[in-house]
Design a binder for this molecule. Structure first.
Ligand code: NAD
Ligand code: GLY
Length: 357
C-alpha cells in the first residue's frame, strides 16, 4: 500500500492500494473513533460496492446508513444536495459522525459539499472509484455542485479526513470513464511531468496504475499545500478547464468532464502555439496522446456557444480570465487575458468567427 500525506488546513493521508474497500472500516477506525457513518453514493456504485464498504465499517464498530442518488453529472445539483442534507438530519447525524463518499468525482463533490455545510461541517472520507477521482477530484478539498449558470458554481474548500483509493474498483469502470481519468493524467503530465505524460500517452496503464495515481496525487498535494484556496499556483490545475467546462455545460453533460477537458487541453495548446507561447509541435503532441487513448480533440460547438460558457466561468476575474497556457510538456504558465481578447482566442482555435451581437 502507498501512502501520501497531504498537509493542508486538515492533514490527511491518501492510501492507494488493492483490497482497500475490505479494509475501509479498519483504516477509518485508526483515525476516527467509531460512530455513525453515512455512506453517500450513486446508483451504479451502490450496486457494486456499498455493501462491501458498509460490512467493513460495521466490522470496525461503525453503524451505517446510506444515501443513493442517480448516477451522473445531472445529479450534481441543489436538489440532490437538499435531499442529502434532509436525509442526514432525519438520520440524526451529528458533528461526531462521518460521511463516506463512495464513488467518482460527482459523488465526491456532492458528498464533500454536503459534509462542509451540514451542521457547519462534519468529517468526511473519500473513497474514489473512478480513475479521475483517484488521480484528481478526491484530493485537495474542492467540493461543489453545478448551478443552471455553470459548472461548480456553488461549493466550498473542505478537506477530507482520509482518502482510500482501492485500485481494484477500476476493474468494473467502463472504458469511456477510465479515459476521463487519462485526460486528467495527461493534464498533470503537461503541467509538470514529461515522464508521466509519456507514460500516459503510451496508454500502458495496467502495468503501473498505483504508481501513476501516486505520482498525480503527489503533484496535486505539492500544489495544494502551497495554494489551498486557489489564489495562485493551484490555478495551473485548471489547464484545459476553461474551454472544457464551457463545452461540458453546453452539451448538457452528455460530454463527460474528462472528455471535455481533453478537447480543452488540445484547444488551449493550439492557442498557445498560435500565439508563440508554446514550442512548435506541442499541440500535435497532445492531440496524438489524447487520440491514442480514445479521447476527443474536436468540438462541433460554435465560438458563440463556447464564449457564452466562458463568460459565466467562475475563473473570470472582472474583465479578465486567467488561462493556463502550456509552454512545453512539463511546463505551463498562467496568463490573464482581457475578456475582449478571449473571443479572438476562441475564434482562432476553432477557426470560426463569433457573429457580432
Ligand atoms: P462520475 O462520478 O460521474 O463517474 C462516472 C460514471 O462511472 C458514473 O456513471 C458512475 O456511476 C460510474 N462509476 C463510478 N465508479 C465506478 C466503478 N468502479 N465501476 C463502474 N462504474 C463506476 O464522473 P467522474 O469522471 O468520476 O468525475 C467527474 C466529476 O468530477 C465532475 O463533476 C467534475 O466536475 C468533478 N471534478 C472535481 C474535481 C475536484 O477537485 N473536486 C476535479 C476534477 C473533476
Ligand atoms: N481539479 C482542480 C483543483 O483541484 O484545483
Amino acid at each position: 500500500m502507498r501512502e501520501v500525506i497531504v498537509q493542508t488546513s486538515t492533514e490527511y493521508a491518501v492510501l492507494i492500494g488493492r483490497g482497500l474497500l475490505e479494509q475501509a472500516g479498519a483504516e477509518i477506525a485508526k483515525r476516527i473513533r467509531p460512530c455513525k457513518a453515512a455512506v453517500i453514493t450513486d446508483s451504479t456504485v451502490a450496486e457494486l460496492y456499498a455493501e462491501k464498504v458498509e460490512k467493513s465499517l460495521q466490522k470496525a464498530g461503525f453503524s451505517c446508513c446510506r444515501f443513493v442518488f442517480p448516477a451522473g453529472e445531472g445529479s450534481k445539483n441543489i436538489h440532490t444536495l437538499s435531499e442529502m442534507l434532509e436525509f442526514l438530519a432525519e438520520e440524526e447525524m451529528t458533528r461526531q459522525d462521518i460521511i463516506v463518499a463512495l464513488g467518482g468525482g460527482v459523488v465526491g463533490d456532492m458528498a464533500g459539499f454536503g459534509a462542509a455545510v451540514y451542521q457547519r461541517g462534519i468529517r468526511f472520507v473519500q473513497i474514489p472509484t473512478t480513475f479521475l477521482a483517484a488521480v484528481d477530484s478526491s484530493v485537495g478539498g474542492k467540493t461543489a455542485i453545478d448551478l443552471k449558470a455553470g459548472k461548480n458554481m456553488a461549493g466550498a474548500f473542505y478537506q477530507p479526513h482520509l482518502v482510500l483509493c482501492d485500485v481494484e474498483t477500476m476493474q468494473t469502470l467502463p472504458r469511456k470513464y477510465f479515459a476521463d481519468g487519462i485526460a486528467e493524467t495527461l493534464k498533470y503530465g503537461v503541467i509538470g511531468d514529461a515522464k508521466l505524460f509519456a507514460q500516459a500517452a503510451s496508454g500502458k496503464f495496467c502495468e503501473n496504475l498505483e504508481g501513476i495515481i501516486e505520482t498525480c496525487v503527489k503533484m496535486k498535494r505539492d500544489i495544494v499545500v502551497e495554494d489551498e484556496f486557489d489564489t495562485g499556483r493551484r490555478q495551473l490545475l485548471n489547464l484545459g478547464h476553461t474551454l472544457g467546462h464551457a463545452i461540458e455545460k453546453r452539451s448538457d453533460f452528455t460530454i463527460t468532464h474528462g472528455h471535455a477537458v481533453a478537447i480543452g487541453l488540445y484547444l488551449i495548446a493550439k492557442a498557445a502555439e498560435q500565439r508563440g507561447i508554446a514550442q512548435a509541435g506541442l499541440a500535435g503532441q497532445i492531440k496524438e496522446a489524447l487520440e491514442q487513448n480514445g479521447l476527443p480533440t474536436e468540438t462541433a460547438y460554435t465560438a458563440e456557444e463556447i464564449m457564452a460558457g466562458i463568460l459565466r466561468d467562475k475563473k473570470r476575474r472582472g474583465g479578465e480570465i486567467v488561462f493556463v497556457f502550456p509552454v512545453k510538456i512539463g511546463y505551463c504558465e498562467l496568463i490573464s487575458i482581457p475578456v475582449e481578447d478571449v473571443q479572438k482566442l476562441v475564434e482562432e482555435v476553432l477557426e470560426k468567427k463569433v457573429e457580432p451581437i
